[in-house]
Write a protein that binds this ligand. Structure first.
Ligand code: DCP
Ligand code: MG
Length: 404
């Protein structure tokens, strides 16, 4: 069944996605090395030179935002509404209505971001970084909907304790809902949107919060009388496609909570894998082996279609509650042989056969390319993953391309 045939809000019910976004990140980094800035209005300026009014605001602490300072504002404008602490003597401005201004220091922020990335990698199987302070995590293997609130709280505490900055976390069955959820209760937010709640969660929000709707599209939608995500979800799809083409159909789907994009890491691929969960854990060896073979075929097909040879074949087995085991075997040389993938996967699985199993995965790694050429990034980039997302897989399996 194609996901387009799924009911709204039920897409990818088997997935748990967390979106993590650090709060006022550059300002939080400045506070990390200068604790006196904690609780104070802090403005970080791009192109700012201390003592001058040059540059623009990269970010502002929430205390500075309370004065109206915001990202991308000219620094001179920020200084008008929030003078520098050192400048207020004799100016008529009370000291507590002044802020601290700091120039951007990317190497330092990158080093903090790298620590955060390491921590997120440890706590999630799959991480897709989207900016210096923002990432999607697929945590399906690590938790379930009952435990995910606690899981996310622990994740936030770990970021606070080990990295020293606060993060807002949104959890949802889709990437787009998770992103909106992380933004919903900033700073230090934690919002969990369970499967089946997505459409209701989105409905009252401004149409601009829908994935793929920018300010221009939002303006056009408003002229059609569509102001909220709920109104967009209820709109006649043919009116939307008339006006916006294919994109109209996609934003309509997103507004209804449908979004089948997988959390896929960026960068060069290190392996290709497929995995799939059983609706309920099964100990039936026939079903297990059947599923394993289907996954092996899927991986081999994918490798073949990309002209990829592999030297290592591996499996992943998830047993209740969330115990993840992996096994792999390396071959003497690179191959492209679907029957071999299935055979090795089955042998590796022998030790788990008839154990209760929630989920299975098959992976090939140690990749090389049949034509001897290195793949271009563009070749691996998902062509359909644009502003409005990409087309879903058609078989309910998840395709993962792993990178490091
Ligand atoms: N940034 C920038 N210029 C912008 C927006 C952001 O230089 N116009 C930088 C500074 C931010 C960082 O990117 O600290 C992360 O961007 P976010 O949009 O996540 O903003 P913040 O983390 O600062 O604030 P929030 O708490 O809203 O996430
Ligand atoms: Mg942020």
């Amino acid at each position: 069944m194609g996901p387009s045939a799924r009911l709204p809000g039920t897409a990818a019910r088997d997935r748990i996605v967390a979106h993590v976004d650090m709060d006022c990140f550059y300002a939080a980094c400045e506070r990390l090395r200068e604790p006196a800035l904690r609780g104070e209005p802090v403005v970080v300026g791009m192109g700012y030179e201390p003592g001058t009014d040059s540059g623009a605001v990269a970010t502002a602490s929430y205390e500075a935002r309370a004065f109206g300072v915001e990202s991308a504002m000219a620094l001179s404008e920020a200084l008008d509404i929030l003078p520098r602490k050192v400048d207020v003597a004799g100016s008529g401005h009370p000291v507590d209505e002044a802020g601290f201004y700091r120039p951007v220091d990317m190497p330092f922020y990158e080093s903090v971001a790298a620590e955060a990335r390491t921590l997120l990698q440890e706590r999630a199987g799959t991480v897709r970084e989207v900016s210096i302070d923002e990432a999607y995590l697929d945590v399906t293997d690590r938790t379930d909907w009952e435990a995910v609130g606690t899981f996310a709280r622990e994740l936030k505490s770990a970021v606070a304790d080990e990295v020293g900055v606060t993060a807002s976390v949104g959890v949802a069955p889709t990437m787009s809902a998770a992103k909106i959820a992380s933004d919903h209760d900033k700073p230090d937010g934690l919002v969990v949107v369970e499967p089946g709640e997505v459409a209701d969660f989105l409905a009252p929000l401004d149409v601009e919060s829908v994935h793929g709707v920018g300010p221009v599209t939002a303006g056009e939608l408003r002229t059609l009388g569509i102001e909220t995500a709920g109104e967009l979800a209820a709109a006649d799809p043919s009116v939307l496609t008339d006006r916006f083409g294919e994109r109209g159909r996609q934003v309509h789907r997103f507004a209804r909570g449908a979004d089948d994009r997988d959390v896929e890491p960026r960068g060069r691929p290190k392996s290709l894998s497929r995995e799939s969960a059983f609706t309920e854990a099964t100990a039936d060896p026939d079903r297990q082996v059947d599923r394993l073979r289907t996954l092996a075929d899927g991986v081999a097909e994918r490798a073949k279609s990309r002209d990829v040879l592999y030297r290592t074949i591996g499996i992943k087995v998830v047993t209740p509650p969330f115990d993840v085991s992996t096994r792999a075997r390396s071959l003497p040389g690179p191959v492209a042989d679907g029957e071999l993938v299935a055979g090795v996967a089955e042998e590796l699985f022998a030790e788990f056969l008839a154990d209760p199993v929630r989920k299975l995965g098959v992976r090939v790694s140690n990749l090389s390319f049949a034509d001897g050429e290195q793949p271009s990034l563009a070749e691996w980039a998902d062509p359909a993953r644009g502003e409005t997302g990409r087309n879903p897989t058609d078989d309910g399996q998840r395709s993962l391309t792993e990178y490091d």
